[in-house]
Write a protein that binds this ligand. Structure first.
Ligand SMILES: Cc1ncc(C[n+]2csc(CCOP(=O)(O)OP(=O)(O)O)c2C)c(N)n1
Length: 332
Protein backbone atom coordinates (compact mmCIF):
# COMPACT_ATOMS: atom_id res chain seq x y z
CA UNK A 1 0.00 0.00 0.00
CA UNK A 2 1.10 3.54 -0.68
CA UNK A 3 2.60 5.35 2.30
CA UNK A 4 2.82 9.07 2.88
CA UNK A 5 2.41 11.79 5.49
CA UNK A 6 -0.97 10.97 6.96
CA UNK A 7 -0.57 7.25 7.51
CA UNK A 8 -0.20 6.99 11.24
CA UNK A 9 -1.51 3.58 12.34
CA UNK A 10 -4.06 5.19 14.66
CA UNK A 11 -5.55 7.25 11.83
CA UNK A 12 -5.67 4.22 9.54
CA UNK A 13 -7.17 2.04 12.29
CA UNK A 14 -9.96 4.58 12.74
CA UNK A 15 -10.60 4.62 8.99
CA UNK A 16 -10.56 0.81 9.03
CA UNK A 17 -13.24 0.81 11.74
CA UNK A 18 -15.37 3.09 9.59
CA UNK A 19 -14.99 0.67 6.66
CA UNK A 20 -16.09 -2.18 8.94
CA UNK A 21 -19.15 -0.22 10.00
CA UNK A 22 -20.08 0.36 6.35
CA UNK A 23 -19.55 -3.29 5.50
CA UNK A 24 -21.64 -4.48 8.45
CA UNK A 25 -24.35 -1.98 7.52
CA UNK A 26 -24.38 -3.24 3.93
CA UNK A 27 -24.50 -6.90 4.97
CA UNK A 28 -27.44 -6.12 7.27
CA UNK A 29 -29.17 -4.05 4.58
CA UNK A 30 -28.92 -6.98 2.14
CA UNK A 31 -30.12 -9.54 4.72
CA UNK A 32 -33.09 -7.40 5.67
CA UNK A 33 -33.94 -6.75 2.03
CA UNK A 34 -34.10 -10.53 1.46
CA UNK A 35 -36.14 -10.96 4.64
CA UNK A 36 -38.71 -8.45 3.33
CA UNK A 37 -37.97 -5.87 6.02
CA UNK A 38 -36.49 -3.33 3.62
CA UNK A 39 -38.64 -2.39 0.62
CA UNK A 40 -37.55 -0.88 -2.66
CA UNK A 41 -34.00 -1.64 -3.67
CA UNK A 42 -30.64 -1.94 -1.93
CA UNK A 43 -27.32 -1.33 -3.74
CA UNK A 44 -24.47 -2.57 -1.57
CA UNK A 45 -21.12 -0.78 -1.45
CA UNK A 46 -19.24 -3.92 -0.39
CA UNK A 47 -15.69 -3.86 -1.78
CA UNK A 48 -15.64 -0.11 -2.46
CA UNK A 49 -15.44 1.18 1.13
CA UNK A 50 -11.91 2.59 0.97
CA UNK A 51 -12.99 5.31 -1.46
CA UNK A 52 -15.71 6.88 0.69
CA UNK A 53 -13.69 6.52 3.88
CA UNK A 54 -10.39 7.78 2.42
CA UNK A 55 -12.00 10.80 0.80
CA UNK A 56 -14.28 11.76 3.68
CA UNK A 57 -11.41 11.49 6.20
CA UNK A 58 -10.15 14.68 4.56
CA UNK A 59 -13.42 16.58 4.67
CA UNK A 60 -14.73 18.91 7.34
CA UNK A 61 -18.22 18.63 8.75
CA UNK A 62 -19.34 21.75 6.86
CA UNK A 63 -18.13 20.40 3.50
CA UNK A 64 -20.92 19.07 1.30
CA UNK A 65 -21.46 15.75 -0.40
CA UNK A 66 -23.71 14.38 -3.12
CA UNK A 67 -24.00 10.74 -4.00
CA UNK A 68 -25.74 8.27 -6.28
CA UNK A 69 -27.77 5.08 -5.82
CA UNK A 70 -24.90 3.22 -4.04
CA UNK A 71 -24.78 5.85 -1.33
CA UNK A 72 -24.87 4.20 2.12
CA UNK A 73 -21.08 4.17 2.46
CA UNK A 74 -20.76 7.83 1.48
CA UNK A 75 -23.34 8.85 4.08
CA UNK A 76 -21.71 6.89 6.89
CA UNK A 77 -18.24 8.13 5.93
CA UNK A 78 -19.48 11.75 5.97
CA UNK A 79 -20.84 11.28 9.48
CA UNK A 80 -24.51 10.43 9.05
CA UNK A 81 -25.91 8.36 11.90
CA UNK A 82 -26.08 4.70 10.75
CA UNK A 83 -28.86 4.00 13.24
CA UNK A 84 -31.08 6.67 11.65
CA UNK A 85 -30.07 5.29 8.25
CA UNK A 86 -31.17 1.77 9.22
CA UNK A 87 -34.51 3.16 10.42
CA UNK A 88 -34.77 4.94 7.06
CA UNK A 89 -34.25 1.68 5.17
CA UNK A 90 -36.97 0.10 7.29
CA UNK A 91 -39.27 3.07 6.51
CA UNK A 92 -39.68 4.00 10.17
CA UNK A 93 -40.05 7.14 12.27
CA UNK A 94 -36.55 8.28 13.25
CA UNK A 95 -35.13 7.55 9.81
CA UNK A 96 -32.91 10.19 8.20
CA UNK A 97 -35.90 11.33 6.11
CA UNK A 98 -38.61 10.13 8.47
CA UNK A 99 -38.76 6.80 6.65
CA UNK A 100 -39.97 8.37 3.39
CA UNK A 101 -36.80 8.24 1.32
CA UNK A 102 -35.45 4.74 1.74
CA UNK A 103 -32.13 3.34 0.64
CA UNK A 104 -31.57 5.50 -2.45
CA UNK A 105 -32.48 8.79 -0.79
CA UNK A 106 -30.43 9.00 2.37
CA UNK A 107 -29.75 12.63 3.20
CA UNK A 108 -28.49 14.33 6.34
CA UNK A 109 -27.95 18.05 5.96
CA UNK A 110 -26.59 18.29 9.52
CA UNK A 111 -23.36 16.63 8.31
CA UNK A 112 -23.39 18.10 4.80
CA UNK A 113 -24.82 15.00 3.14
CA UNK A 114 -27.08 16.54 0.49
CA UNK A 115 -28.44 13.23 -0.66
CA UNK A 116 -28.06 9.97 -2.48
CA UNK A 117 -29.87 9.93 -5.82
CA UNK A 118 -31.58 7.22 -7.85
CA UNK A 119 -31.26 9.19 -11.08
CA UNK A 120 -27.87 8.43 -12.58
CA UNK A 121 -25.53 11.47 -12.65
CA UNK A 122 -28.03 13.93 -11.21
CA UNK A 123 -25.90 14.36 -8.09
CA UNK A 124 -23.30 16.04 -10.37
CA UNK A 125 -25.48 19.02 -11.14
CA UNK A 126 -26.64 19.32 -7.53
CA UNK A 127 -23.00 19.40 -6.42
CA UNK A 128 -22.20 22.15 -8.88
CA UNK A 129 -25.21 24.17 -7.73
CA UNK A 130 -24.04 23.80 -4.14
CA UNK A 131 -20.50 24.80 -5.12
CA UNK A 132 -21.84 27.84 -6.95
CA UNK A 133 -23.69 28.88 -3.78
CA UNK A 134 -20.49 28.44 -1.75
CA UNK A 135 -18.66 30.71 -4.14
CA UNK A 136 -21.38 33.38 -4.20
CA UNK A 137 -21.58 33.36 -0.40
CA UNK A 138 -17.75 33.37 -0.12
CA UNK A 139 -17.84 30.36 2.20
CA UNK A 140 -14.78 28.32 3.10
CA UNK A 141 -15.95 24.84 2.14
CA UNK A 142 -15.97 22.45 -0.78
CA UNK A 143 -18.31 19.91 -2.38
CA UNK A 144 -17.58 16.30 -3.25
CA UNK A 145 -19.67 14.46 -5.81
CA UNK A 146 -19.48 10.68 -5.92
CA UNK A 147 -20.53 9.17 -9.24
CA UNK A 148 -20.34 5.70 -10.80
CA UNK A 149 -18.53 4.93 -14.03
CA UNK A 150 -21.86 4.41 -15.82
CA UNK A 151 -22.92 7.93 -14.83
CA UNK A 152 -20.24 9.61 -16.89
CA UNK A 153 -22.15 8.79 -20.07
CA UNK A 154 -25.14 10.91 -19.08
CA UNK A 155 -25.52 14.55 -20.01
CA UNK A 156 -25.62 15.99 -16.47
CA UNK A 157 -22.02 14.88 -15.94
CA UNK A 158 -20.87 16.83 -19.00
CA UNK A 159 -22.92 19.89 -17.99
CA UNK A 160 -21.53 19.73 -14.48
CA UNK A 161 -17.90 19.51 -15.64
CA UNK A 162 -18.38 22.46 -17.96
CA UNK A 163 -20.13 24.66 -15.39
CA UNK A 164 -17.70 23.77 -12.62
CA UNK A 165 -14.71 24.69 -14.78
CA UNK A 166 -16.17 27.87 -16.25
CA UNK A 167 -16.90 29.22 -12.75
CA UNK A 168 -13.79 27.67 -11.15
CA UNK A 169 -15.94 26.03 -8.49
CA UNK A 170 -14.67 24.20 -5.38
CA UNK A 171 -15.88 20.75 -6.33
CA UNK A 172 -14.20 17.36 -6.39
CA UNK A 173 -15.73 14.74 -8.67
CA UNK A 174 -14.96 11.22 -7.50
CA UNK A 175 -15.75 8.58 -10.10
CA UNK A 176 -15.90 5.17 -8.46
CA UNK A 177 -14.99 2.95 -11.37
CA UNK A 178 -16.19 -0.54 -10.48
CA UNK A 179 -16.11 -1.27 -14.22
CA UNK A 180 -19.71 -2.40 -14.54
CA UNK A 181 -22.80 -0.23 -15.01
CA UNK A 182 -25.62 -2.46 -13.73
CA UNK A 183 -24.90 -5.45 -16.04
CA UNK A 184 -22.88 -3.72 -18.80
CA UNK A 185 -19.10 -3.52 -18.93
CA UNK A 186 -18.72 0.25 -18.93
CA UNK A 187 -15.81 0.54 -21.31
CA UNK A 188 -17.86 -1.15 -24.05
CA UNK A 189 -20.29 1.77 -23.97
CA UNK A 190 -17.87 4.64 -23.30
CA UNK A 191 -16.41 6.54 -26.24
CA UNK A 192 -12.97 8.08 -26.15
CA UNK A 193 -10.11 7.49 -23.78
CA UNK A 194 -12.22 7.17 -20.67
CA UNK A 195 -13.18 9.05 -17.55
CA UNK A 196 -10.03 10.97 -16.68
CA UNK A 197 -9.55 12.03 -20.32
CA UNK A 198 -13.11 13.26 -20.44
CA UNK A 199 -12.52 15.55 -17.44
CA UNK A 200 -9.20 16.72 -18.88
CA UNK A 201 -10.94 17.67 -22.13
CA UNK A 202 -12.75 20.31 -20.05
CA UNK A 203 -9.48 21.52 -18.58
CA UNK A 204 -10.15 19.74 -15.30
CA UNK A 205 -7.14 17.97 -13.71
CA UNK A 206 -7.85 14.26 -13.28
CA UNK A 207 -5.96 11.43 -11.66
CA UNK A 208 -6.59 7.68 -11.70
CA UNK A 209 -5.77 5.72 -8.56
CA UNK A 210 -6.31 2.30 -7.02
CA UNK A 211 -9.48 2.95 -5.02
CA UNK A 212 -9.00 -0.19 -2.94
CA UNK A 213 -5.78 1.19 -1.45
CA UNK A 214 -7.07 3.13 1.57
CA UNK A 215 -3.77 4.88 2.25
CA UNK A 216 -3.44 5.98 -1.35
CA UNK A 217 -7.01 7.32 -1.42
CA UNK A 218 -6.36 9.16 1.85
CA UNK A 219 -3.08 10.70 0.69
CA UNK A 220 -4.28 11.60 -2.79
CA UNK A 221 -7.48 13.21 -1.57
CA UNK A 222 -5.62 15.08 1.20
CA UNK A 223 -3.50 16.78 -1.45
CA UNK A 224 -6.28 17.42 -3.96
CA UNK A 225 -8.81 18.64 -1.40
CA UNK A 226 -6.18 21.02 -0.09
CA UNK A 227 -5.63 22.37 -3.62
CA UNK A 228 -9.36 22.83 -4.15
CA UNK A 229 -9.65 24.69 -0.82
CA UNK A 230 -6.85 26.95 -2.04
CA UNK A 231 -8.79 27.85 -5.19
CA UNK A 232 -7.58 25.35 -7.82
CA UNK A 233 -11.10 24.90 -9.15
CA UNK A 234 -12.65 21.52 -9.90
CA UNK A 235 -10.67 18.30 -10.02
CA UNK A 236 -11.54 14.66 -10.63
CA UNK A 237 -10.32 11.45 -9.05
CA UNK A 238 -11.03 8.20 -10.85
CA UNK A 239 -10.84 5.50 -8.17
CA UNK A 240 -10.58 2.00 -9.63
CA UNK A 241 -12.46 -0.61 -7.64
CA UNK A 242 -14.66 -3.68 -7.90
CA UNK A 243 -18.07 -4.34 -6.40
CA UNK A 244 -18.03 -7.69 -4.68
CA UNK A 245 -21.82 -8.13 -4.86
CA UNK A 246 -24.43 -7.87 -7.56
CA UNK A 247 -25.74 -4.56 -8.82
CA UNK A 248 -28.55 -4.66 -6.27
CA UNK A 249 -29.20 -7.08 -3.46
CA UNK A 250 -31.20 -9.58 -5.52
CA UNK A 251 -28.76 -9.59 -8.48
CA UNK A 252 -26.72 -12.81 -8.59
CA UNK A 253 -24.27 -11.15 -11.05
CA UNK A 254 -24.31 -14.07 -13.50
CA UNK A 255 -22.83 -11.77 -16.16
CA UNK A 256 -19.44 -11.84 -14.46
CA UNK A 257 -16.53 -13.74 -15.94
CA UNK A 258 -16.26 -16.97 -13.86
CA UNK A 259 -13.65 -16.60 -11.11
CA UNK A 260 -13.52 -12.79 -11.40
CA UNK A 261 -15.22 -12.02 -8.08
CA UNK A 262 -13.13 -14.64 -6.25
CA UNK A 263 -9.92 -13.17 -7.69
CA UNK A 264 -11.01 -9.70 -6.64
CA UNK A 265 -11.16 -10.79 -2.98
CA UNK A 266 -7.38 -10.67 -2.88
CA UNK A 267 -7.44 -6.92 -3.55
CA UNK A 268 -10.49 -5.91 -1.54
CA UNK A 269 -9.90 -2.98 0.81
CA UNK A 270 -10.75 -4.42 4.22
CA UNK A 271 -8.29 -7.31 3.97
CA UNK A 272 -5.63 -5.10 2.44
CA UNK A 273 -5.93 -2.59 5.24
CA UNK A 274 -5.77 -5.40 7.79
CA UNK A 275 -2.52 -6.65 6.26
CA UNK A 276 -1.03 -3.17 6.51
CA UNK A 277 -2.21 -2.67 10.09
CA UNK A 278 -0.57 -5.95 11.09
CA UNK A 279 2.74 -4.69 9.71
CA UNK A 280 2.28 -1.67 11.99
CA UNK A 281 1.91 -3.78 15.13
CA UNK A 282 -1.89 -4.03 15.40
CA UNK A 283 -2.73 -7.54 16.58
CA UNK A 284 -5.14 -10.06 15.03
CA UNK A 285 -7.12 -9.83 18.27
CA UNK A 286 -7.56 -6.07 17.93
CA UNK A 287 -8.77 -6.54 14.35
CA UNK A 288 -11.22 -9.26 15.42
CA UNK A 289 -12.52 -7.05 18.23
CA UNK A 290 -13.07 -4.20 15.77
CA UNK A 291 -15.01 -6.52 13.45
CA UNK A 292 -17.17 -7.79 16.34
CA UNK A 293 -17.87 -4.27 17.52
CA UNK A 294 -19.03 -3.13 14.06
CA UNK A 295 -21.27 -6.16 13.65
CA UNK A 296 -22.80 -5.80 17.13
CA UNK A 297 -23.41 -2.09 16.62
CA UNK A 298 -25.26 -2.64 13.37
CA UNK A 299 -27.19 -5.65 14.77
CA UNK A 300 -28.49 -3.41 17.51
CA UNK A 301 -29.62 -0.84 14.92
CA UNK A 302 -31.57 -3.58 13.15
CA UNK A 303 -33.27 -4.45 16.44
CA UNK A 304 -34.03 -0.74 16.93
CA UNK A 305 -35.42 -0.47 13.40
CA UNK A 306 -37.79 -3.40 13.99
CA UNK A 307 -39.01 -1.73 17.19
CA UNK A 308 -39.41 1.78 15.76
CA UNK A 309 -42.93 2.94 14.91
CA UNK A 310 -44.25 3.30 11.37
CA UNK A 311 -44.97 6.88 10.25
CA UNK A 312 -48.52 8.10 10.59
CA UNK A 313 -50.51 7.95 7.33
CA UNK A 314 -51.04 11.73 7.48
CA UNK A 315 -47.27 12.25 7.38
CA UNK A 316 -47.26 10.95 3.80
CA UNK A 317 -48.51 14.41 2.84
CA UNK A 318 -45.91 16.46 4.70
CA UNK A 319 -42.45 17.39 3.32
CA UNK A 320 -43.78 17.10 -0.24
CA UNK A 321 -44.71 19.76 -2.73
CA UNK A 322 -48.41 20.60 -2.41
CA UNK A 323 -49.88 20.41 -5.89
CA UNK A 324 -53.43 20.31 -4.62
CA UNK A 325 -53.93 16.57 -5.05
CA UNK A 326 -56.76 15.08 -2.95
CA UNK A 327 -55.47 13.56 0.27
CA UNK A 328 -57.09 10.16 -0.08
CA UNK A 329 -57.28 8.22 3.14
CA UNK A 330 -56.59 11.12 5.48
CA UNK A 331 -59.29 11.75 8.11
CA UNK A 332 -61.43 8.98 6.63
C1 LIG B 1 -31.21 8.34 -15.68
C2 LIG B 1 -31.15 6.87 -15.31
N1 LIG B 1 -31.02 5.96 -16.29
C3 LIG B 1 -30.98 4.65 -15.99
C4 LIG B 1 -31.09 4.25 -14.68
C5 LIG B 1 -31.05 2.76 -14.35
N2 LIG B 1 -29.78 2.42 -13.70
C6 LIG B 1 -29.69 2.24 -12.36
S1 LIG B 1 -28.15 1.90 -11.86
C7 LIG B 1 -27.55 1.93 -13.43
C8 LIG B 1 -26.10 1.67 -13.72
C9 LIG B 1 -25.22 2.61 -12.95
O1 LIG B 1 -23.89 2.24 -13.07
P1 LIG B 1 -22.78 3.08 -12.34
O2 LIG B 1 -23.06 4.54 -12.47
O3 LIG B 1 -21.48 2.61 -12.89
O4 LIG B 1 -22.91 2.73 -10.81
P2 LIG B 1 -22.74 1.31 -10.11
O5 LIG B 1 -24.11 0.73 -10.03
O6 LIG B 1 -21.79 0.50 -10.94
O7 LIG B 1 -22.20 1.60 -8.76
C10 LIG B 1 -28.56 2.23 -14.33
C11 LIG B 1 -28.37 2.33 -15.78
C12 LIG B 1 -31.23 5.24 -13.68
N3 LIG B 1 -31.32 4.93 -12.37
N4 LIG B 1 -31.23 6.56 -14.01
Amino acid sequence: MAQDQANEPERVFNMYKKMLLIRAFEEAAGENFHAGNVRGSVHQYIGEEAIAVGICANLRKEDLLTSYHRGHGHSIAKGADPRAMMLELFGRVGGTSGGKGGSMHIADFSVGMLGANGVIADGCTISVGAAQAIKLLKQDKIVVNFIGDGGINRGPFMEALNWAKIYNLPVLFVCENNQIAATTTTKTVTAGEGIAARAESYGIPAITIDGNDLLLVDNTSARIIDEIRSGSGPQLIQAMTYRLRGHFAHDKALYRIPGEAEAALEFEPVRRTESWLITQGISEEELANARDEAEQTISQYVVDAHAAPWPDIADAFTDVQDVGAPQVGVNS
